[in-house]
Ligand binder design. Structure first.
Ligand code: NAD
Length: 553
């Protein structure tokens, strides 16, 4: 078994070009910032960077030796072979965890995984695009700010946010809550996760029990002090007890790993050790987990009834509860539909860049460039200022900003020019979350209740990946759900390396613009006014064929 890799930095190349070297550094980076690198797990219990260590090592060796006119093919984290292509073809094409419709079940996923036929790449884990907690800090922060605008006159100061789960993604919640000026209480069953978030500075305080937690909350609310508080306990028990005491938080959500009842979620009444021992009897754990989630979601619904703003933050907790018999679980809205859809309709979404040199100065230079290029974009300038001050660098220096159509390519081209003229110490990779306008079909997260009813249609991410490969991107990935997410989603990922060359100008221009164009067209086709407006004002060649009242025939 290989040791956990460290990310390479500096100008020295180990590969035959920066496109290969950049992708290799991104693979090293997801493991460096990931949760359990020894198991190749980046986040969400099972989201892996490669199928196993022999596959990982073969990917590394191949990236080191590949020529510019070759393409590495990866199937669910395992490198299959290298194809002779051409200089403008992607360096890496991957398909992770895609099972055929009716067979895309958790049971088949676990069976195929045991047989070493498949692995789940999460969204950005398997495609080596994860940048650590920042993506989810920013996503959570934006959700909280949209809630503030809509329900609390623009500010969460003096507001009580209740949530749970301090894992790979959920660990971002305390910092996001504090940046959004709220008082946030985070319940987590694993004391090691609490310690980790305290050490990283994301969590300010830890309460010994619920009484102490609520007294800290009450005090901070009264003083309108932004603070994050951790409490080590099972979320189910705590949510129920808070509800029983008649206390209603202002905002309630949850980010435990409810999507995975075998390897993630800890049922109420079991310790972590007992849960792990029971993994040999998956059905028993699934039953216990589901029964626990029924209570978890019923407590969330009772908060909603009492006036709290309650939302699902993408962990499938409502679906699990529904399966367990909570018929009104979907009264809790999903965050995308409730707060973010008007942004996605304009293809404004989680765009990212990573300084492959490892130099924090490169990140600072690009932060300044963004402030110069987009001074009127308040969401972006606000975040860049907050992030440069409060978000620690994890692994390679990276930034996220919710840029839209035209903005992404404009920034990418300006950065490529800075790589070319030596202003930056090295090349920069551009990528984005899969949860982006044109890149995901997920009927209980991204595409829930689309205006035209197209929630479950996976053509959009698939055609997005094809378009990215035709637009000269360096890495293109198609992922579907694994574990409890099996059958729930299909998404696509894209990465482009700005190495300062003219060829990179073309790759950036085509792939970043086509990615967002398709995103706008996806929402325009679903009938969103913002997207129709964006398509018109940005002169996109959206054809606008209306839904035919007589059906498809
Ligand atoms: P993770 O497995 O790294 O962490 C989950 C945490 O929840 C762990 O620390 C675990 O100890 C804790 N936990 C489990 N059961 C608990 C319980 N009953 N009470 C209290 N704590 C409990 O997972 P993650 O990467 O943090 O992701 C969390 C969830 O959020 C996943 O379902 C993931 O898929 C989802 N997610 C959604 C989005 C999105 O769409 N917005 C983004 C990121 C993650």
């Amino acid at each position: 078994m290989s040791a956990s890799p460290q990310v390479e930095a500096g100008r020295a190349l180990r590969c035959r070009g920066w496109r290969q070297e950049g992708l290799l550094r991104l693979l090293e980076n997801v493991l460096t910032v990931g949760e359990d690198p020894d198991r190749l797990v980046v986040y969400a219990a099972l989201g892996k960077a490669a199928r196993n260590w022999p596959s990982h090592d073969a990917i590394v060796e191949t990236l080191k030796t590949m020529a510019d006119d070759e393409t590495l093919i990866i199937q669910s984290g395992k490198p299959i072979g290298v194809l002779k292509t051409h200089n403008d073809a992607p360096m890496v094409l991957m398909a992770n965890c895609n099972m055929v419709g009716r067979w895309a079940t958790p049971e088949n996923f676990y069976r195929f995984e045991q047989q070493d036929l498949i692995c789940w790449g999460g969204l950005t884990a398997g495609a080596w695009q994860y940048i650590g907690s920042q993506g989810v800090i920013q996503g959570t922060y934006e959700i909280l700010m949209r809630i503030a605008e809509r329900h609390f006159e623009g500010s969460l100061a003096g507001r009580f946010v209740l949530t749970a789960g301090l894992g790979g993604m959920g660990g971002a919640q305390p910092l996001a809550g504090r940046l959004a000026a709220s008082v946030i209480l985070c319940v987590e069953v694993d004391p090691r996760r609490i310690t980790k978030r305290l050490e990283s500075g994301f969590l300010d305080r830890v309460a010994g029990d619920l009484d102490e937690a609520l007294s800290l909350v009450q005090d901070a609310v009264a003083k309108q002090e932004a603070v994050s508080i951790g409490l080590c306990a099972n979320a189910v028990d705590i949510y129920e007890q808070i509800a029983e005491r008649g206390i209603t938080p202002d905002v309630v959500t949850d980010q435990t790993s409810a999507h995975d009842l075998v390897y993630g979620y800890i049922p109420s009444g079991l310790t972590i050790e007992e849960t792990m021992e029971m993994r040999g009897e998956p059905q028993r754990l699934i039953d216990l987990g589901r029964a626990s989630i029924v209570r978890h979601v019923n407590a969330m619904l009772s908060f909603q009834k009492a006036g709290a703003i309650v939302f699902d933050n993408g962990n499938l907790i409502r679906s699990q509860a529904f399966e367990g018999g909570v018929e009104n679980a979907f009264d809790i809205p999903i965050f995308t539909e409730a707060f973010l859809r008007p942004l996605f309709a304009r293809a404004i979404g989680p765009f990212r860049w990573i300084a492959l040199s490892g130099e924090p100065a490169d990140l600072a230079a690009i932060d300044n460039l963004v402030l110069e290029l987009f001074p009127d974009n308040q969401i972006v300038t606000n975040w860049i200022r907050l992030a440069s001050e409060h978000v620690p660098i994890e692994g390679l220096p990276a930034r996220i900003a919710w840029l839209g159509h035209g903005e992404r390519a404009r920034l990418g081209l300006a950065v490529n020019a800075m790589v070319r003229d030596g202003t930056l110490a090295g090349p920069v990779a551009f990528t984005r979350d899969h949860l982006d306008a044109g890149a995901m079909a997920h009927p209980t997260i991204m595409t829930e209740r689309m205006r035209d009813g197209s929630d479950a249609i996976a053509d959009w991410p698939l055609v997005n990946a094809l378009a990215m490969a035709s637009s000269k991107a360096d890495l293109v990935a198609i992922h579907s759900g694994g574990g409890g997410y099996s059958g729930f989603m299909t998404s696509s990922g894209v990465t482009v390396v700005a190495d300062g060359s003219e060829a990179a100008d073309t790759r950036i221009d085509l792939s970043l613009n086509n990615d967002t164009s398709l995103g706008v067209m996806r929402y325009a086709d679903a009938g969103y006014d913002e997207a129709l407006d964006e398509a018109e004002t940005k002169n996109l060649r959206y054809l606008g064929i209306p839904q035919y009242a007589g059906g498809g025939s």
